[in-house]
Design a protein around this ligand. Structure first.
Ligand code: AGP
Length: 600
């Protein structure tokens, strides 16, 4: 999952490309490059590492009004200058950037490129060399491009320029996200609207297996057979300020602090004039018709799904299964007669989840996507969408999207219960208002959590988060946060399961953080803490008011027992943040990761 940007217009393209790549760096940041074209030819600049390193290499004297750029998350070939994009054809005439994975690149290489010397280890270079071979055959760039794209299998978002034509950027897409931004006398190409928001907020969606000819004054979408396609642009509702760090050192800390306001936005968005829950009638109908719900997601979104299951089963009395998307694709369980699939995805672009969506749509089943990016692939291709209203989430480690997902799943469960005529003693909009002020009081106590993080994590190589019931689900999210940004090996574990083996890993000083917010398991989780403490663990209990005991490390203000994950996770997010900070890790762009995983 890389980031692609392109510009063709009147202005100097360098700055537009480099700024765009900086906005896309959350998608991959192990190497980068740009290519620009002017009367003196094609200018290629590539670098291993961040956009900042690339900036130092770009010759600022080179001016041009057409160019393409790329920031990489390596799939084929290690991060290096040679494997960085853009890649060029042997003659240097054609230059290309690509996001995705070409599954048949071996076959294409063997069938068409046996006498072509490939200089990189990437699947991408096969595309551009194939383009040159087919151009030599067809002597028509647009035709050769369509023929090249028609031979590709897998996921791709491609932008290509021809050294002999300063008026066209050739674009194609399949599975990987790609948008065309429209302007007066210029047009842009971007993996994500955030990259070129400074230039325009009018965007054209490109659908799978389409190619696009992008000129300064027009954009022509075509099917692979060359037939033109008409499409209306849409306005990207993103506030440019939302994608700036402001005074924060890191996007992650900014996004943690935004959670109380996100709760208030969600309360407002899902409330009608009478102050009751407002749920789209078609979503309600889909929930009522389902005999079983299948939640499909990855990573943090999967963790939110675990809590969503509890909400829907407890409040709306509909059986729910939660599945890891990458497993579900290749190991589909027996489905019920009238299943409803719920896809949870911050980005709306996660390839593992999309693969399941394509599959269940082929089987004729209905799908609801809960996402932070309306207009994303998983939203467009589902039957229904519920928006998270969390605002752009830039930090790779997801925080505000997780709590927003839980809040929206709660509202979905209560809305469905009410539609079923069930009476509930639980008003989520009121309870979420309480949650938002408790969140605010927690984010005001950063020093406390910083100190706990320093005590627990400065030296350690591993750590455990334990909980029971819904706290176990939060423990899994807490361990993921710590792992992905501080690189400490951590596990989220069911408190009662430890003694069946994993407790063998506990030794003197092993940090064990327990989350204890549920009355029915309060004593048993505290028993589990005693078990590990007896073996030398450095234990730390985060409890809830009313269930707390003197030696607890931190007592969370009380909220409704169903909503405790929304507050217990805040200290967990901050523990991870400060652990990473004090280990000098790159909090917003952890190694080996990317924000939106658009390859399977
Ligand atoms: C979470 O911090 C990670 N960035 C990752 O696990 C993420 O949750 C996962 O890739 C799913 O992403 P999505 O919500 O955009 O589908």
């Amino acid at each position: 999952m890389c980031g692609i940007v392109g510009y063709i217009g009147q202005n100097d393209t360098k700055e537009i490309l480099l700024n765009g790549l900086e906005k896309l760096e959350y998608r991959g940041y192990d190497s980068a490059g740009i290519a620009t074209l002017n009367n003196y030819g094609l200018h290629l600049f590539k670098a291993k590492g961040r956009i900042a390193t690339l900036r130092e290499k770009v010759d600022t004297t080179v001016a041009s009004s057409i160019g393409i750029g790329h920031t990489r998350w390596a799939t084929h070939g290690e991060p290096s200058e040679e494997n960085a994009h853009p890649h060029q054809s042997s003659s240097g005439r054609f230059t290309l950037v690509h996001n995705g994975v070409i599954e048949n690149y071996y076959e294409l290489r063997d069938d068409y490129l046996s006498d072509v010397n490939l200089i990189s280890e990437t699947d991408t270079e096969v595309i551009i060399q194939l383009m040159e071979v087919l151009y030599n055959q067809y002597q028509d760039v647009a035709e050769a491009f369509r023929q090249t794209v028609a031979l590709l299998k897998g996921s791709y978002a491609i932008a290509l320029i021809d050294a002999e034509d300063q008026d066209t950027i050739y674009v194609a897409k399949n599975k990987s996200p790609l948008l065309i931004g429209l302007g007066e006398g210029f047009n842009v190409i971007a993996s994500d609207a955030m990259a070129t928001l400074k230039e325009t907020n009018r965007y054209l969606e490109i659908h799978d297996k389409e190619v696009v000819l992008v000129n300064r004054n027009y954009v022509e979408i075509q099917k692979l057979d060359g037939i033109a396609v008409e499409r209306e642009p849409y306005i990207a509702e993103i506030d440019a300020a939302d994608i700036e760090k402001g005074t924060y050192a890191h996007f992650m800390l900014k996004e943690i602090d935004e959670q109380p306001f996100v709760m208030r936005k969600i309360i407002k968005a899902y409330q009608n004039q009478q102050g009751n829950i407002k749920l789209d009638a078609s979503v309600e109908k889909a929930m009522l018709e389902a005999d079983r719900i299948y939640i499909v997601a990855a990573g943090t979104s999967y963790h939110a799904g675990l809590i969503g299951k509890q909400m829907i089963e407890r409040l709306a009395n509909i059986p729910v299964e939660v599945h890891i998307a990458s497993e579900f694709s290749y190991n589909m369980p027996l489905l019920s007669a009238k299943p409803l699939f719920i896809f949870i995805s911050q980005s709306g672009e996660t390839a593992d989840s999309r693969a399941v969506l394509v599959r269940i749509k082929e089987l004729g089943h209905s799908a609801l996507t809960i996402t932070n990016v309306p207009g994303s692939t998983l939203s467009r291709e589902a039957d229904y969408t519920l928006h998270l209203y969390a605002g752009p989430e830039i930090a790779v480690a997801s925080t505000k999207a997780y709590t927003a997902q839980i809040a929206v799943l709660t509202i979905l469960a209560v809305g469905t219960a009410k539609a079923k005529g069930m009476t509930l003693d639980f008003d989520p909009l009121q309870e979420l208002a309480i949650v938002s002020s408790v969140m605010e009081s927690l984010t005001d106590q950063k020093d406390t959590f910083q100190q706990i993080a320093i005590d627990l994590f400065t030296e350690t190589r591993n750590a455990f988060f334990i909980g029971r019931g819904v706290d176990y689900f939060v423990a899994q999210e807490a361990s993921l946060k710590l792992k992905e940004i501080s690189y400490i090996q951590a596990e989220g574990f069911a408190g009662g399961e430890l003694k069946h083996g994993t407790i063998a890993l506990i030794e003197e000083g092993t940090p064990v953080i327990a989350i204890a917010t549920q009355e029915n398991v309060n004593y048993s989780i505290r028993g589990n803490v005693q078990e590990v403490a007896a073996r030398g663990a450095k234990t730390c209990i985060f409890s809830m008011e009313g269930l707390h005991q003197d030696n607890d490390a931190f007592v969370l203000p009380q909220v409704h027992e169903l909503l405790t994950p929304l507050v217990s996770v805040i200290p967990m997010q901050l523990l991870a943040y400060y652990a990473a900070l004090h280990r000098d890790c790159d909090v917003d762009k952890p190694r080996n990761l990317a924000k939106s995983v658009t390859v399977e």
